[in-house]
Design a protein around this ligand. Sequence first.
Ligand SMILES: *[C@@H]1O[C@H](CO)[C@@H](O)[C@H](O)[C@H]1NC(C)=O
Ligand SMILES: *[C@@H]1O[C@H](CO)[C@@H](O)[C@H](O)[C@H]1NC(C)=O
Ligand SMILES: *[C@@H]1O[C@H](CO)[C@@H](O)[C@H](O)[C@H]1NC(C)=O
Ligand SMILES: *[C@@H]1O[C@H](CO)[C@@H](O)[C@H](O)[C@H]1NC(C)=O
Ligand SMILES: *[C@@H]1O[C@H](CO)[C@@H](O)[C@H](O)[C@H]1NC(C)=O
Ligand SMILES: *[C@@H]1O[C@H](CO)[C@@H](O)[C@H](O)[C@H]1NC(C)=O
Ligand SMILES: CC(=O)N[C@H]1CO[C@H](CO)[C@@H](O)[C@@H]1O
Length: 517
Amino acid sequence: MFWKVFLTCFCWLLINTVKPVETTLCSQKNLGGDSFVCVCNSDYCDTVEPNGNPGKNFFNRYQSSKHGHRLNYTAIPFEKNATTDNIFYINISVTYQSILGFGGAFTDAAGINILSLPVDVQEKLIQSYYSPDGIEYTIGRIPMASCDFSTHPYSYDDSPMDFSLSNFSLAMEDLKYKIPIIQKALSISSREISIFGSPWSAPAWMKTNNNMTGRGSLIGQPGGKYFKTWANYFIKFLDAYKSHNISLWGLTAQNEPTDGEIYKFPFQAMGWTAEMQRDFIIQDLGPALHSNGYQDIQLMIMDDQRLVLPEWTSVILSDKTASQYIAGTAIHWYTDKIFPSELLTYAHDKFPDKFIFATEACNGDLPWEKHVDLGSWERAESYSHYILQDLNHWVTGWTDWNIALDMQGGPNWVSNFVDSPIIVNADKSEFYKQPMFYALGHFSKFVLPGSKRVDIKPNGISSLELAAFILPDSSKVVVVLNRSDKEEIFSINDPAVGFINAEIPAHAIQTYIWWNN
Ligand SMILES: *[C@@H]1O[C@H](CO)[C@@H](O)[C@H](O)[C@H]1NC(C)=O
Ligand SMILES: *[C@@H]1O[C@H](CO)[C@@H](O)[C@H](O)[C@H]1NC(C)=O
Ligand SMILES: *[C@@H]1O[C@H](CO)[C@@H](O)[C@H](O)[C@H]1NC(C)=O
Ligand SMILES: *[C@@H]1O[C@H](CO)[C@@H](O)[C@H](O)[C@H]1NC(C)=O
Ligand SMILES: *[C@@H]1O[C@H](CO)[C@@H](O)[C@H](O)[C@H]1NC(C)=O
Ligand SMILES: *[C@@H]1O[C@H](CO)[C@@H](O)[C@H](O)[C@H]1NC(C)=O
Ligand SMILES: CC(=O)N[C@H]1CO[C@H](CO)[C@@H](O)[C@@H]1O
């Protein structure tokens, strides 16, 4: 008995005195934006405090704000009463969609930038996204062959008329810029990561315009020789990544199929109507996936802007044969300022058993915008706003575009430069974590795959934007955004535990997490 007590106490002391990894704060640098970046280099990189159960009667709060914090952690006690009339009531009996996850894309550009850093700094960058002391992404997207964020156009089989795809092979870019980085992310993550592929264009020889860019489609009709070959190309891609120990979770049938309908479209694209994509899935891609052991691949349609959501879902998902091969609909963010979120609800209500998943977004994409805006808080707010809007309209997760770009927002072979949550400054052997990185972290680290969105309602009119979730382990998460110049006092009530009496600073984003004990 004595020894048992002694050993228990001894072990307890050991566990509670040896703190493994010290959390480090953001190394702030103002580089001209409306807020600051966090600098990471060989000597230093900030990490995020683990999100553990803080004990009975306490909740965790992580906060980022324009004027100070980046995922700053505090444990705070619940209270028995609200200190304000501005109360949000959470009701876990009302549940909405299940969450698939949050993440970004492993493009050639991202790989080139990551490899331009010293090896230890490369590790810090990948850790920032995928490791337990980072923001713990659970999603990754892979362009199948080249896209605009490559240094030149290429496919996996540029041998004309190679209908058997006997010359199919992954490119140098996969072997150098994508696969090693994905493998690293998989090896350092403590979570399961869902990876999906998206093609920009078939090899030129399969297309009506004999070119990977511009306006053009596959030659012939669904069921024909070219469409069969194109379906087999997907299988070869899945097999090739599998041989590198990367098993894919999903596919989109085509990146932005409407781009390839545009005259002189400047980079890799391939045009599809909704009817063509439906028939390709029924006659070629669906059967190819099933007969090659890939029936569990989550196949997504569309992968394009909100505007075309009603048409594409109604044409493709209304078809019973097509529908049996399809898991969900992929959407891009680029026109969300113009087309209302009600389009998402409309599509969900019409096809409630198909998920809607956000597969691409980036800021600074318009020709007249600053492409890279170092330290922009406004862009972090924009991300948070649209992610919350999507989540509150049935979207099941969010995939950011390039996980790392250079100071110009590239490389991109058609100079279509944009912003990224991580900007690499190769000259200084350092990288900058933008406010957008932390905005994404407020979701990705806490709203785990398998979480369900639940009801949260204000008792009056509150202007805060927020969403609530119940997690697979029954903990609860609320993400709150304030985009205004004033701080706001509010309270969250969970009947199971009491009141969170909260205050959100001006221009801030917060994540609250608690357990029932
Ligand atoms: C949170 O912010 C406070 C006040 O700015 C600071 O003292 C503390 O070190 C920060 N903690 C973490 C874990 O970021
Ligand atoms: C807290 O609320 C309870 C009932 O909701 C009420 O009876 C009690 O007086 C309140 N306590 C305080 C300190 O306001
Ligand atoms: C929570 O939602 C359920 C189901 O709609 C409802 O029956 C219950 O009254 C709600 N609880 C509260 C506290 O509003
Ligand atoms: C494959 O590539 C080799 C070398 O470029 C070429 O000689 C051969 O004809 C190609 N095979 C097919 C089927 O196109
Ligand atoms: C593809 O189209 C672009 C733009 O018109 C042109 O510059 C390029 O030469 C074409 N490529 C081929 C292989 O024809
Ligand atoms: C794949 O994983 C297995 C088992 O972990 C390992 O033996 C093999 O070397 C890996 N292959 C590659 C290409 O990484
Ligand atoms: C009190 C206050 O200023 N609240 C602001 C919080 O943020 C929202 C937008 O997220 C504003 O609309 C509110 O005015």
